[in-house]
Design a protein around this ligand. Structure first.
Ligand code: GAL
Length: 722
């Protein structure tokens, strides 16, 4: 049943990871070098259906060769403990006393991994246990390596807080030396060299594959993981512009009014999203237009003419009166969700039925992408909406495994429609998992804590996923600005007003907004928001180049400082500042804060707004007016800043001024391609190398793409010059 689909996956795995010589260790594990700097260590009999089996994007072996060569596996497989029991498989991966760990997916709450963590998909991220919209069983270490445990099970990890039995003499000595614990922390502190391991508990499995990624530093371990996953995806250029979603209650005429008003009022917007109301029935979904949208073709036509891309909300649970119901019935799980079918996207058949329908009815008619909602679940609720762990699917997956894989499989189903048409898409998703870097989706959440949203920007970088800290409503205008600023400096800038009738800058309060009661000075608020959105548009060429880097070298466009400064102890726990592209460091302010402390790593830093120079390796106090966010530019940077456009079209050419920070800046490579197809993979791309000789700037262009030029360098300016 699922075999046709899977054999493709397995074929890929075997052919693309040429065995570099399998060797068996004394302890009996089989160790194979599967890619430059990546080893697979097999313990026991791994399960058949694991994340790696569903990998569709081949590892970017050539790009991996370009990373710093590492000849030796960073952890000796013989030092890894393995056992099985009726419960499943267990591992003990060695660690050292001061080692720090990050990862296990994107997380709103947990930055550095300590103690017990569970790899569990959950919409509820109020615990510090690791629950997440995008969990992934991969961690990276401050000692410069990463470990992926290839399982779709709800695995638990114990970072150095387990004490295993040892021989009696050692235990006897430790007990003799043990002092009465002074407080809870001391009581729970792991003791003795015997406890220095990462314990991994993989339920149900009789064995497991570990993929070990060499560094030699933390950042390169992440790069290797992303490249092994297939490399980060390059979004269509329009996807980096501004996204807006309006109330689920709007009908076609009101949507059109919105679209026209944005253009009339010069609000930058590239992607307009329709929420559940476009379906004739949602929860579960029909995937058919409702009566509120009597002329979808007309809507799509006008949307296109005004330069927007249309994005449609949906979830996969399929209603009885949907045209998809009957064909999907035998390719679905055995439990309904909200009364709808759960398609088994791990079967070729289930996937084809779903994607053929979407291709014909939406993609071929001009829909640019989808928002894939509700594909996470609620393990901590007594009334979870989703399928239970003991569900069974035609592919052979059970509910526990499907929860981890559902988001990624759903993303693959939708994105393959676009790939087949040589068209790039960019969408949103509420659940993702391991090996996700090539998937063209960003995560979002109903949680709405600004501080947590910033932490998620930092943690998404360890996980090969992108995070969209969207804006909905706000308690004050200041909060609206502060949230929007973070969003401008993130992977996707989206204002998600799915419950607001009017633009949020007209009225921040939900009730008043829906009663059409606007704030007295809403035009001022709108103007500040417009400026911020224009700032986003001016960053597009810089950000697009950062995404090209994600693809080519695996460096995530947004990431924690510890990735760029792995040896600086001051950034080990820093999760309220992050890197945006190669050279900008962002330190958001939160509503109510007049100023904040910002840590500047060693080197020179320049205030993005004033050009003022700061010497790094220390903390500084920073305050900014409500319409500015603290951003610092690394010394030695050439920063391309574009004159903002309202949206990106096929013939958009950005007028770029290059800002020069520091006396001897490094060159900057501006990436250019057609912005919409996958032809860049065949080399149809141009690299513009910007350089500065101390007095003037120059551009050297390597041309392999002869389409309309996207960039025009109109000037060079030293930081601080007016
Ligand atoms: C939620 C989703 C929101 C919005 C809403 C519409 O599940 O997280 O972003 O789309 O559904 O019903």
């Amino acid at each position: 049943m699922y075999l046709r689909f899977f054999t493709a996956g397995l074929f890929l795995v075997i052919c693309l990871f040429p065995s570099h010589g399998e060797s068996a260790t004394a302890a009996g594990q089989r160790c194979t070098r599967v890619a430059p700097g990546v080893w697979r260590v097999r313990f026991g009999q791994p399960e058949e259906l694991t994340p790696i089996k569903f990998q569709e994007h081949p590892p970017r072996l050539e790009a991996m060769e370009k990373l710093q060569p590492v000849g030796k596996i960073p952890i000796d497989p013989a030092d890894i403990g393995f056992s099985t029991s009726g419960r499943g498989a267990a591992l003990k991966v060695p660690m050292t006393e001061n080692e720090r760990f990050y990862g296990l997916g994107m997380n709103l709450r947990v930055f550095r991994l300590k103690g017990k963590k569970i790899v569990r998909v959950s919409d509820n991220q109020t615990t510090d246990l690791g629950d997440s919209h995008a969990p992934a069983p991969i961690y990276v270490s401050s000692r410069g390596y990463g470990v992926l445990v290839d399982t779709a099970r709800c695995a638990s990890f114990y970072f150095g807080n387990l004490s295993a039995n040892r021989d009696s003499a050692a235990d006897e000595k430790e007990s003799r030396d043990r002092k009465i614990a002074d407080g809870v922390e001391e009581l729970y502190r792991p003791r003795g060299p015997g406890s220095m391991f990462v314990g991994v508990d993989v339920p149900a499995a009789r064995g497991v594959d570990l993929f070990i990624f060499a560094g030699p530093d933390l950042r390169q371990a992440v790069q290797r993981y992303n490249l092994f996953s297939g490399g980060g995806f390059v979004p269509p250029m329009w996807g980096l512009g501004v996204w807006y979603r309006a109330s689920a209650k709007l009908d076609q005429a009101s949507v059109m009014n919105f679209l026209r008003e944005f253009r009339e009022r010069h609000i930058p917007c590239d992607v307009f999203g329709l929420e559940p109301g476009w379906h004739s029935g949602c929860y579960p979904c029909t995937f058919a237009w409702s009566k509120m949208f009597p002329d979808p073709d007309g809507l799509l036509g006008e949307t296109k003419q005004l330069g927007y891309k249309l994005n449609l909300w949906e979830h996969a649970f399929t209603r009885g009166d949907s045209p998809l119901y009957k064909p999907l019935l035998s390719w679905s799980g055995d439990f309904k969700v909200w009364g709808g079918l759960t398609p088994d996207f791990a079967t070729a058949e289930g996937r084809k039925i779903f994607s053929d329908y979407h291709a014909k009815n939406f993609v071929d008619k001009g829909v640019s992408g989808f928002k894939l909602d509700e594909c996470d679940h609620q393990p901590l609720s007594s009334t979870p909406w989703s399928f239970p762990e003991h569900s069974r699917f035609p592919s052979g997956l059970d509910g526990e495994q499907m929860h981890l894989l559902f988001g990624p499989l759903y993303q693959r189903t939708i994105s393959s429609i676009y790939r087949d048409r040589n068209q790039r898409t960019f969408g949103l998703v509420r659940s993702s998992g391991p090996l996700a870097a090539p998937l063209p989706f960003a995560l979002y959440s109903d949680a709405y804590d600004h501080r947590d949203y910033v932490r998620a920007i930092a943690t998404s970088g360890f996980a090969g996923v992108l995070w969209c800290p969207e804006i909905r409503a706000a308690g004050s205008v200041e909060e609206l600005y502060r949230r929007l600023q973070t969003s401008v400096f993130s992977a996707v800038t989206q204002v998600d007003c799915w419950f607001l009738k009017n633009p949020v800058w007209k009225q921040i309060n939900k009730e008043l907004n829906n009663e059409d009661k606007f704030m007295d000075d809403w035009q001022r608020t709108e103007a500040v928001c417009r400026n911020l959105l224009e700032l986003r548009m001016s960053l597009l060429p810089y950000l697009y180049s950062a995404y090209a880097d994600y693809h080519n070298s695996g460096v995530p466009p947004t990431r924690a400082l510890v990735m760029d400064y792995p040896d600086d102890p001051a950034v080990a726990d820093l999760d309220d500042q992050y890197m945006f592209g190669p050279s900008l460091m962002v330190a958001p302010l939160f509503a109510g804060e007049k100023q904040r402390t910002v840590y500047l790593p060693k080197g020179d830093w320049y205030d993005f707004w004033t050009g003022e120079k700061h010497v790094g390796g220390r903390k500084i106090e920073v305050s900014k007016p409500v319409d500015q966010i603290p951003v610092f530019v690394k010394g030695g940077t050439l920063l391309p800043l574009a004159k903002p456009v309202e949206y990106v079209s096929l013939d958009t050419c950005f007028d770029i001024e290059v800002r020069v920070f520091g006396s001897a800046p490094k060159s900057f490579v501006l990436y250019e391609d057609d912005g919409t197809t996958f032809d860049f993979e065949k080399g149809r791309q141009n690299l513009w190398e910007l350089s500065w000789d101390g007095k003037s700037g120059s551009v050297r262009k390597t041309s392999r793409f002869d389409g309309p030029t996207r960039y025009k360098i109109v000037g060079w300016k030293r930081a601080g010059e007016q």
